[in-house]
Design a protein around this ligand. Structure first.
Ligand code: GTP
Length: 488
């Protein structure tokens, strides 16, 4: 039986993506902004649920895995919202009053972490009891608590610094018993880096992701920006302008794309099928070893997404069937990590989201995908597909006929490119010891040297992951690992 997920969202990016995510989940489960369930549109799904009030007793979904249903019949997201400045959280709670105000942690100073990992981490450290109390309280409300998911950016101050501390704290408190996944947004480098110290913040956060996350789905803002340009002929401006204009909605399309992937990941749990009934089963299919846990996503076609009516794509996707969508998901244009050069896959999970899926088209499409991509030589070259149900609330009239979507979550070597990009940006700053004063108190030579050592240690961890992804392309990869285990 799948258990409940508690979501933690930290910083501007974490909360803005989180807001889109909860809107998507609420739409799929027919929940109004204030948490009121709308009447179920059809009785075709005869799936009796216990404890639901009348008029609401027959449904095929499991919203309670992500929402708590109160005695007054209102749904509340199982989410903790953390930020050090109030504007984005205010936007979240104004847009979706369903958020529990007691699950919000805001800094009293209200001036953010100044894009500094150190400030975010220190703030989190000094307020750990309060934040952990919120988290424990939310977990206690679950009948069968299963896992945490953290939504954040790795590059600012709060999502990266508080996010890193949360990873440490949760790993310490809940240890190996509960899965801890992250949805981590990586900064744009194509445009002028919107904050000059982003590479330092990113490298410090990566160290914690490497140590404490059980699986990290990486979203590269550069790739997402290209997708928007290609599909809608717009750029939502993941740039200086957008950054300076906090909470302006400048990232809205990017965040819708990300949140569609996030909601897709848990689709088979929320709309139960006979396949993949828990987060553990999904992530264990994707992650063969803790050393290879950075995942990539792609999504197609964008134009069919619910909540996307206002953005009309240049492309006509209405006639795509299951076969087409499986192949579209391989298209570099739809990948949420920048791809450069050949990519080798370690694992691949294709989610086809629609009703009355055509199994023959899926079978043909899956075979074609397996012929087209390279898998690392030590794994079985199989692309897994999940038949996902579409919510009756999003499969409504007007969307019929173009209601098939797909997402792909995979573990592949394109992550090398994202991590190398970070290391290169880091080296540019570090070789001149630029802006180190942001991370020291007195900025004396000894302190600078100490900070530099910490940075270098983090960089080493990232380089090790890059090496691991390079090494896994060889046939001898598993043998090398076995040899290491023999030495231990
Ligand atoms: P402080 O502002 O220092 O308190 O930290 P923070 O965690 O709130 O910072 P933020 O989340 O703004 O992180 C900055 C990085 O995230 C930059 O690379 C931004 O381009 C990116 N970013 C900010 N908001 C969003 C968003 O809503 N969506 C996406 N995709 N990226 C965002």
């Amino acid at each position: 039986m799948p258990g409940e997920t508690v979501t933690l969202q930290a910083g501007q990016c974490g909360n803005q993506v989180g807001l889109e995510y909860w809107q998507q989940l609420a739409t799929e489960h027919g929940i109004l902004a204030d948490g009121t369930p709308v009447a179920f549109p059809s009785k075709e799904f005869q799936y009796e649920r216990e404890g639901m009030s009348s008029g609401y007793s027959v449904r095929n979904d499991r919203p309670e895995l992500f929402f708590k249903l109160s005695s007054s019949n209102k749904f509340t997201p199982r989410a903790i919202l953390v930020d050090l400045e109030p504007s984005v959280i205010a936007k979240c709670t104004n847009t979706l009053p369903m958020f529990n105000p007691r699950n919000v942690h805001l800094s009293e100073q209200g001036n953010g972490a100044a894009n500094n990992w150190n400030s975010g981490y220190t703030y989190g450290y000094n307020h750990q009891e309060e934040i952990l109390n919120l988290i424990d309280r939310e977990c206690d409300k679950c009948d069968n608590f299963s896992n945490f998911q953290l939504i954040h950016s790795v590059a600012g101050g709060t999502g990266s610094g508080v996010g890193s501390l949360l990873l440490e704290l949760l790993s310490d408190r809940y240890g190996s018993k509960k899965l801890l996944n992250t949805y981590s947004v990586f900064p744009s480098n194509e445009k002028t880096s919107d904050v000059v110290v982003q590479p330092y913040n990113t490298i410090l956060t990566l160290k914690r992701l490497i140590e404490f996350s059980d699986g990290t789905l990486v979203f590269d803002n550069d790739a997402i920006n290209s997708i928007e340009n290609a599909l809608f002929g717009i750029s939502t401006g993941i740039s200086n302008d957008a950054f300076n204009n906090r909470g302006s909605g400048a990232f809205q399309v990017a965040n819708k794309l990300i949140s569609f992937v996030l909601s897709g990941v848990s689709n088979p749990l929320r709309f139960p099928t006979y396949m993949y009934s828990s987060h553990e089963s999904i992530f264990s299919t994707l992650i063969p070893s803790p050393d290879l846990k950075f995942l990539s996503a792609s999504i197609a076609p964008f134009a069919n997404l619910s909540n996307f009516e206002s953005h009309v794509s240049k492309y006509n996707f209405t006639s795509l069937n299951e076969y087409d969508i499986l192949l579209e998901l391989l298209n570099d244009r739809y990948k949420m990590n920048k791809v450069s050069g050949p990519v080798n896959y370690i694992s691949m999970l294709n989610y086809l989201i629609g009703n009355n899926l055509n199994q023959e088209e899926i079978r043909k499409g899956t075979l074609k995908v397996q012929q087209r991509v390279n898998f690392v030589p030590w794994t079985s070259p199989s692309a897994h597909s999940i038949n996902c149900k579409k919510s009756v609330f999003t499969d409504r009239e007007g969307f019929k006929g173009k209601s098939l979507n797909g997402i792909q979550i995979s573990n592949n070597t394109s992550i090398i490119h994202v991590l190398l990009k970070t290391v290169k940006q880091f080296d540019l700053l570090a070789k001149r010891e630029a802006y180190l004063n942001f991370y020291t108190e007195s900025n004396n030579r000894e302190e600078r040297a100490r900070v530099m050592d910490v940075f270098q240690e983090c960089k080493e961890s990232v380089l090790n992951v890059i090496e691991e992804y390079k090494a896994c392309q060889a046939m001898s990869y598993l043998e090398d690992q076995n040899a290491e285990m023999d030495i231990v």
